[in-house]
Design a protein. Structure first.
Length: 192
């Protein structure tokens, strides 16, 4: 291993406690996330385990268990993305493709000689294929999101880390995580 490789694998650990827990369902994780946000924990203090590709790149592990990574400072992190945000992204992708296809068709037909019927037909003909492409891409985004959580559940559960800056928030985070079926909930004295 070269000096550059060693340098790339260093992880900064800070002296701020962090609560960690494992969730068996996305629904329980989402409820815990929303309650943590409701009590004032900032979204940047909440993280999840990164996706499989990132795990392979950073840790080189093809097989892992959540319990092996919950206290590992090298475990790569990701931000929580809600179902609502994924739904909005899917809608934006599908709608954006429809809009672009329709706009191009409409622009091509909006000449002084074109009729309203021809313009409407051009919008339908141009927008429909684009909407189909947008819908397929949107479904792919949604499937990737679901696969991300399903894969973590297969490996022992979805890991959630919460940086807690004081004893009060520490107790609150643990209580919320346990209240939403989080298991193996505990606090370590550092965070990344």
């Amino acid at each position: 291993m070269t000096d550059l490789d060693v340098e790339q694998h260093k992880t900064a650990v800070i002296d701020i406690p962090e609560a960690v827990g494992v969730f068996d369902t996305f629904e329980d994780l989402q409820k815990a996330f929303y309650d943590l946000r409701m009590v004032g924990i900032h979204h940047s203090d909440i993280s999840l385990l990164a996706d499989e590709k990132t795990l392979m790149e950073k840790l080189g592990k093809a097989y892992w268990r959540s319990s092996d990574l919950e206290d590992d400072p090298q475990a790569p992190r990701a931000h929580f993305v809600s179902e609502e945000a994924i739904g909005e992204l899917e809608g934006a992708i599908a709608g954006g493709f429809f809009f672009v296809g329709s706009f191009i068709a409409m622009a091509a037909m909006l000449t002084p000689a074109s009729t309203l019927a021809a313009s409407i037909a051009a919008i339908a003909i141009g927008g429909s294929p684009a909407a189909v492409i947008g819908t397929l891409l949107a479904r792919r985004v949604g499937k990737h999101h679901k696969d991300y959580y399903a894969h973590q559940i297969e490996h022992g559960g979805i890991l959630l880390w919460v940086r807690v800056r004081d004893k009060e928030r520490e107790e609150l985070a643990v209580k919320i995580m346990q209240g939403h079926s989080g298991h193996d909930v505990h606090v370590h004295s550092w965070s990344t």
